[in-house]
Design a protein around this ligand. Structure first.
Ligand code: SF4
Length: 457
């Protein structure tokens, strides 16, 4: 067994992470940048960083991830990468002709102290950035934060493209946070059914879940356009889904362009989706359409039908703060008991919020921000659980402790479907419950003695 040496005894660790429950900042920045139409993400650092970021995204989304790199050598690692980036920007526009280049930094370029805004300005002054083209930048050293903060930084850089205006276009900005491309599609569908016109950014639907067409398209049809981003200042409001991924960008539009924002939880599960639908309904000044009421009713029906199998099942979760908050609330609402919860992303606010959500739990609950999978494994050894929910790296704990695993979150490297089947909204709630139930009942079938092996559940 791979993790058989994990000891039960938990010791305080402050300077050592073992089996991280996060990945590095630029991966988030790269994913967000892919949600802009005609954008080429650019990694300002070594080729190795860029290859790792691209391969992680490729393995999760099962699509080729396009990105350029400043290709630092020994010289640029010592003297700075300005010359590399200037040359790269010129080459990218002349060879690939994107609308926009989204540059993110890496540990190396941040440690040297490359001044990204200054280099971007220089690229305009010296003509490396052609007229009408745009370069945006996000500073994403990976010795702080996580892929979530990298995503947030690039999303904020998109909001900075908004242009001053006194005109209102009657649209609402929705910042979906780091969810799957199919989740973004589902959020757009819900807004359309209610009758709210939106600008979603970033929007990776149609980019990372597109069809196979037999012909390679470098810049797929999907993604928020540059024109739409410039007009986000003309929206009547912003709904940011998830404080960690989307809060900063929403607040920037609020303070700079007086676009009022509401920060909601990501719409995973019943209550968070209710709040999202209610926010859209209020904005539209409409009643909730019957179609959405039916979808909600179906989710409630499934919860009622299957409640006996959820009741007081203990769950361990690892993932990103915005996802975990909504998921934990959902599990608690269906009487499951999240008892061990870890995110690799730092932030004490996370622990506070999770304590509020789990305050009525019948069991003691362990919660840790900036934690790791090693700690989660130790907690599980001391207090076993019925189910694990998290990314593919959880499979090692699942195998070692013989606990069923529901793959959910990022990255999922060893299964398919997550980019096509949404888990947001009421329909997504059905999908989540189906996955959870299947895992629990498969285990029940496997372990049942012959006299208790049931045909019907
Ligand atoms: S942690 Fe830093 S050095 Fe390593 S891949 Fe990420 S950005 Fe590059």
């Amino acid at each position: 067994m791979l993790l058989r040496h994990t000891p039960k005894e938990v010791f305080e660790r402050s300077a050592l992470t073992i089996n991280p429950a996060k990945t590095c900042q630029p991966i988030g920045a790269m994913y967000a940048a892919l949600g802009i139409h005609g954008c080429l993400p650019h990694s300002h650092g070594s080729q190795g960083c860029c290859a790792y970021h691209r391969s992680t995204l490729t393995r999760h989304y099962k699509e080729p991830i396009v990105a350029a790199t400043s290709s630092f050598t020994e010289g640029s690692s010592v003297f700075g990468g300005q010359a590399n980036l200037l040359q790269a920007i010129g080459t990218i526009f002349s060879v690939y002709n994107p609308e926009l280049v989204a540059v993110h930094t890496t540990c190396l370029s941040e440690t040297i102290g490359d001044d990204l805004p200054q280099i971007i300005k220089k690229s305009i002054d010296e003509g490396n950035t052609p007229e009408g083209k745009i370069v945006i930048g996000a500073q994403t050293p990976s010795y702080v934060g996580s892929h979530v903060t990298g995503f947030s930084a690039m999303t904020k850089a998109m909001a900075e493209l908004a242009q001053p205006t006194t005109h209102k276009n009657g649209k609402i900005n929705i910042i979906p946070g780091w969810v799957e491309p199919c989740d973004m599609e589902e959020i757009k569908r819900l807004a359309q059914v209610i009758g709210v016109k939106i600008t979603m950014f970033p929007d990776t639907s149609g980019v990372l879940n597109g069809p196979l067409q037999g012909e390679y398209v470098m810049f797929p049809k999907g993604g928020v356009t540059l024109a739409e981003l410039r007009q986000t200042s003309a929206a009547t409001g912003t709904l940011a889904l998830g404080e960690w991924c989307s809060g900063e960008a929403a607040r920037l539009l609020d303070t700079k362009h007086k676009v009022p924002c509401r920060i909601l939880d990501m719409p995973f599960g019943l209550a968070a989706t209710d709040r999202f639908i209610d926010a859209l309904r209020t904005i539209a000044g409409a009643v909730v359409p019957e179609q959405i009421e039916v979808e909600r009713g179906q989710l409630v029906d499934m919860i009622a039908d299957m409640h006996q199998y959820f009741y007081h099942k203990k769950v361990a979760l690892a993932g990103d703060p915005d996802q975990l908050i909504a998921m934990t609330e959902f599990l608690t609402a269906i009487d499951m008991c999240p008892v061990h919860i870890v995110t690799g992303t730092p932030g004490k606010k996370f622990e506070k919020r999770m304590k509020e959500i789990t305050k009525d739990s019948p069991y003691p609950v362990n919660i840790k921000a900036a934690g790791d999978m090693f700690l989660l494994h130790q907690w599980i050894k001391n207090d076993p659980v019925d189910l694990l929910i998290g990314n593919s790296y959880m499979k090692y704990i699942a195998r070692d402790e013989d606990i069923p695993l529901v793959r959910w979150g990022f990255p999922i490297l060893d299964r398919q479907g997550h980019q096509y089947f949404p888990t947001v909204g009421y329909r997504g709630g059905l999908r989540l419950l189906e996955k959870i139930l299947t895992a629990l009942l498969d285990r029940q079938d496997r372990d049942a003695p012959e006299e208790k092996f049931e045909l019907v559940y």
